[in-house]
Ligand binder design. Structure first.
Ligand code: ATP
Ligand code: ATP
Ligand code: CA
Length: 218
C-alpha cells in the first residue's frame, strides 16, 4: 500500500530515508532550508520544497497535518529539531520520528512526544560490531536492550538435522522465525524442517540466549 511521508532535513540520513521511500513507491515530501539540497532531491521525491520547518505557518501551508508519518532529520541544529518536533506533535501528526544527535536531544524529543527516536551512527555502530564479532551473524535487529532478532549462517555442524533434532527452543530459549535458502524463504518452519549448511536462520530471543546458541549450538 502506498503511504505518504514527509522528510525534513536532507542530510545524509534524511536524504537516504527520502530516496529509499521514494524508490519503494511511496509518496514523499522532501523539505530542507537549503535550496541546493532541495534541487538535488527533486528526482528522488514526489515534491521537494525549500522551507523552514520550525515555522508553524509554513508547516500548515505545506499541509503537513495530512501526513501520517514525518521524519525529522535535522541534525546539527538541535534547537530547530526540537522546535519542529514540538510543532508536528501539536499539529497532531500521528507518527513523528526524530534523528537524535545525543542523549539530551533524545530526552527532550521523547518528552515532547516523538514516536520514535533514532541514533543512526550509534545504531549502525552496534550492528557493525555484531557483524564483526561473529562470522555467523549476517544481520542483527535490536528489539530492546534485552531482545533481538538475528540472521545466522547455518554451519556444517547443524546440517541435515531437523529443528526438533536441534531442540533449539527447549535448549536455548530461542525461536526460529524463518529460514532463507537461496531465493527461498521458509516462514514459521515446522519442527520437522531440515536445516542445511549455508541456510540463513532467522532467530528471535534474548541476547544471552542468542549468544549461547551461536557459541554452543551452531
Ligand atoms: P547527516 O548527519 O544526516 O549527514 P548533515 O550533517 O549533512 O546530516 P545536518 O546539519 O544534520 O546535516 O542537517 C540536515 C539537514 O537539515 C541540512 O540539509 C539542513 O539544511 C536541514 N535543516 C536544518 N534546519 C532546518 C530547518 N529549520 N528546516 C528545514 N531543514 C533544516
Ligand atoms: P514446544 O512446547 O517447545 O513447542 P513441543 O514439545 O511442542 O515443544 P515440537 O513443537 O514438536 O515439540 O518441537 C520439538 C522441539 O523443537 C521443541 O521443543 C523446540 O525445542 C524445537 N522447536 C520447534 N519449533 C521451533 C522453532 N520454530 N524454533 C526453535 N525451536 C523449535
Ligand atoms: Ca551530521
Amino acid at each position: 500500500m502506498k503511504k505518504q511521508f514527509a522528510v525534513i532535513g536532507l542530510g545524509r540520513f534524511g536524504g537516504s530515508v527520502c530516496k529509499e521511500l521514494y524508490e519503494m513507491g511511496h509518496e514523499v515530501l522532501a523539505i530542507d532550508l537549503n535550496e541546493d539540497k532541495v534541487n538535488d532531491f527533486t528526482r528522488f521525491s514526489t515534491h521537494a520544497v525549500v522551507a523552514n520547518a520550525t515555522d508553524e505557518s509554513t508547516l500548515l501551508s505545506l499541509g503537513i497535518r495530512n501526513f501520517e508519518h514525518v521524519i525529522v532529520a535535522i541534525g546539527d541544529n538541535i534547537q530547530a529539531s526540537i522546535l519542529c518536533t514540538l510543532l508536528l506533535k501539536e499539529l497532531q501528526v500521528k507518527q513523528v520520528w526524530v534523528k537524535a544527535q545525543n542523549q539530551y536531544h533524545h530526552k527532550v524529543v521523547e518528552k515532547i512526544g516523538a514516536d520514535r527516536i533514532i541514533h543512526p551512527e550509534h545504531d549502525m555502530g552496534v550492528r557493525i560490531a555484531h557483524y564483526l564479532a561473529s562470522e555467523k551473524i549476517i544481520d542483527y535487529i535490536e528489539l530492546s536492550p534485552e531482545f533481538s532478532i538475528v540472521e545466522l549462517m547455518a554451519t556444517q555442524k547443524v546440517s541435515y538435522q531437523t529443528i526438533a533434532d536441534l531442540d533449539i527452543r527447549a535448549k536455548y530459549g530461542c525461536t526460529i522465525l524463518g529460514l532463507k535458502r537461496g531465493e527461498d524463504v521458509i516462514i514459521s518452519p515446522t519442527p520437522d524442517q531440515l536445516i542445511f549448511e549455508k541456510d540463513i536462520i532467522i532467530l528471535i530471543g534474548s541476547n544471552n540466549d542468542i549468544k549461547r546458541y551461536q557459541e554452543e549450538g551452531l
